[in-house]
Design a protein around this ligand. Structure first.
Ligand SMILES: NC(=O)c1ccc[n+]([C@@H]2O[C@H](COP(=O)([O-])OP(=O)(O)OC[C@H]3O[C@@H](n4cnc5c(N)ncnc54)[C@H](O)[C@@H]3O)[C@@H](O)[C@H]2O)c1
Ligand SMILES: [Zn+2]
Ligand SMILES: [Zn+2]
Length: 362
């Protein structure tokens, strides 16, 4: 029997989101229904709402979530009802070229539920990042649900499902930060602060947070930044050189998604340093660089999709570190809100008042 639950839908470009009844079908082969316990409000949800991702309205928003498996469809063996899981948007298909050559974190055929969830009138919904977790229950491909130690609270755990994983992974997987490295992180929002945490976890000894907002820079220190630079009053490239004996950093992580910031990150590296681009650009943005600077400085320029994570490998590992007190995920949770408060949470995000508002389901 299909179930009717409450969910947050974005019906048209730029319109306020709406709490409404949605229909969740029984899980088909390879699918699972998840009882959502918590779901963070990510910048990407706002991108969907303003039409910056695509025009496949209506969207069922929400994608940084943790919950409990309610039921599974035919052939599902990796999760069973009752499992505490974190949802992900990288469930490797096992069949594409990337998967077949042993690089499942590059999978381009990531699995999603085959059946649509719908509005009551039957209109199919497009779930954000194939998840749609601003809802009491959601339908996903079973591979999108990764069981983790249920000792972790859902509000903090769910954040690993997107932004926090992207940031940590940008440092430890894409940037390959190693002990003793110097790292600069441009943009100290949820993703940037997670990159700072990841750099610290990997043993970086100099971690420089760059932002335009002094409050963000204070928070960045709490996550492990050893130095901070306000780029609205000083030139971050110059300050980063000064802080690294004139060399520049080993790894510069761009977590804003702006060409000017990407250039600052590019020039703030030491020779043979790595630039990691984790901020998502607008499709119209372009970057121009003297080619001799690209060649002459050496090193690597690396985009980071979802922090090059592999959820089945990384989620349980990071939750274990959290439970051992070695990874502070609670600090990302600025406030706990209800399902009808998401529009307000977007406003707070835009003003920079929060790192993450997290919807908690009773
Ligand atoms: N690559 C991925 O897989 C992935 C995953 C999730 C999010 N993202 C992207 O990462 C980016 C950051 O996400 P977030 O949730 O942390 O957003 P956020 O809005 O919380 O943080 C952005 C931060 O950048 C700062 N900033 C803005 N302009 C700046 C500038 N010129 N110089 C320095 N700092 C500046 C802001 O003050 C803010 O603190 C977004 O583009 C988001 O879409 C990427
Ligand atoms: Zn694949
Ligand atoms: Zn996200």
């Amino acid at each position: 029997m299909a179930q009717e639950v409450q969910g947050v839908v974005s019906r048209a470009k730029g319109e306020p989101v709406e709490l409404t009844t949605i229909v969740v079908p029984d899980p088909g082969p390879g699918e699972a229904i998840i009882d959502i316990q918590a779901c963070g409000v990510c910048h990407t949800d706002l991108h969907y709402k303003v039409g910056a991702i695509n025009d496949d309205f209506p969207f069922l928003l929400g994608h940084e979530a943790a919950g409990v498996v309610e039921s599974v469809g035919e052939g599902v063996t990796d999760v069973t009802p009752g499992d505490f899981v974190i949802l992900n948007w990288r469930a490797p298909c096992g069949d594409c070229r990337a998967c077949r050559r042993g690089r499942p974190w590059h999978c381009f055929g990531s699995l999603n539920a085959e059946q649509p969830m719908t509005l009551k009138d039957g209109t199919p919904l497009t779930p954000a990042l194939g998840i749609g977790a601003f809802a009491e229950k959601t339908l996903v491909a079973a591979g999108q649900a990764v069981p983790v130690n249920d000792g972790a609270p859902p509000d903090a755990a769910g954040l690993l499902g997107c932004g926090v994983m992207a940031g940590i992974g940008a440092a430890i997987h894409t940037g390959n930060v190693v002990p003793g490295d110097s790292v600069a992180v441009f943009g100290c929002g949820g993703v940037g602060d997670a990159a700072i945490l990841g750099a610290q976890l990997a043993g970086a000894t100099t971690i420089i947070g760059v932002d335009l907002d002094d409050r963000k820079l204070e928070w960045a220190k709490d996550f492990g930044a050893t130095h901070t630079v306000n780029a609205s009053s000083s030139d971050p490239v110059e300050v980063i050189k000064e802080l690294t004996n004139g060399f520049g950093v080993d790894v510069a992580i761009e977590a804003v998604g702006h060409p000017d910031v990407m250039k600052q990150a590019f020039f703030s590296r030491d020779l043979a340093g790595t630039l990691v681009q984790v901020g998502v650009p607008d499709p119209a943005m372009t970057v121009e660089l003297p080619m001799i600077e690209f060649f002459g400085r050496g090193g690597e320029l690396k985009p980071s999709w979802y922090g090059d994570c592999l959820p089945t490998r990384d989620f349980p590992m990071l939750i274990d570190l959290y439970l051992q007190g070695r990874l502070d995920l609670d600090r990302f949770v600025s406030e706990r809100i209800k399902l009808d408060e998401i529009e307000d949470a977007f406003g707070k995000m835009e003003k920079g008042d929060v790192l993450r508002s997290v919807v908690v389901f009773e």
